[in-house]
Design a protein around this ligand. Structure first.
Ligand code: PRP
Ligand code: MG
Length: 191
């Protein structure tokens, strides 16, 4: 577009968390984790695809600068499919590649909404005998939580609105936006 915004950025009604805020908060979270894990030999980050891909990439680099060495693992799970509400059924689309028994694991999530994905994931990682499992989530919707799930490191608590950008999608789109925002109502139902 002539004004420098892409067509999908123009689908955004308003920005909730700016690119700058994401950058600052990521560095702050990395410092907190580095302080808490100063004695650790290494930290195994488990990124939850696809939503966490942007945050995982930025958080891992921020932590690597100030903390112990990090190793990266990914799982892909999905419960939202094409819609804006959780189906409640978590499907593993890609499992861990390595054994995590005895490891200090930090799950890296873009968002904790109903909490169902994370609650399921924490049980799963414990069943794989991790020594300790903490969670870092860039976003959390406190009013939407349907299960009590411990999130040690939270970036921003946000209202219960469906958001997109910085990894978060609506029907697989908008993940590439560098900020987090709310879509214009007219976007929903547009096939
Ligand atoms: O707390 P919850 O209500 O469970 O929601 C959070 C999860 O939902 C999203 O994933 P999604 O199922 O959309 O898969 P995706 O990351 O591939 O988009 C998001 O990335 C989290 O993993
Ligand atoms: Mg999704």
């Amino acid at each position: 577009m002539a004004d420098g915004t892409t067509w999908h950025a123009s689908d955004i009604d308003h920005v909730i968390i700016s690119e700058e805020q994401i950058r600052e908060k990521t560095a702050e979270l990395a410092k907190q984790v580095a302080a808490d894990y100063s004695d650790a030999e290494s930290i195994l980050l488990v990124g939850v695809l696809k939503g966490a891909v942007m945050f995982m990439a930025d958080f891992a680099r921020a932590l690597g600068r100030v903390g112990p060495p990090v190793e990266l693992e990914f799982m892909a799970v999905s419960s939202y499919g094409q819609g804006t509400t959780s189906s409640g059924v978590v499907r593993i689309l890609k499992d861990l590649d390595r054994d995590i028994a005895g490891r200090h694991v930090i799950v890296v999530e873009d968002i904790v909404d109903s909490g169902l994905t994370l609650s399921w994931l924490l049980k799963y990682l414990q069943s794989r005998s991790a020594a300790q499992v903490d969670v870092v989530a860039l976003l959390r919707k406190p009013d939407a939580l349907r299960v009590n799930v411990p999130v040690r490191y939270v970036g921003y608590d946000i209202p219960s609105e469906f958001v997109v950008g910085y990894g978060l999608d609506y029907a697989e789109r908008y993940r590439d936006l560098p900020f987090v925002g709310v879509l214009k109502p007219s976007v929903y139902g547009r096939g």
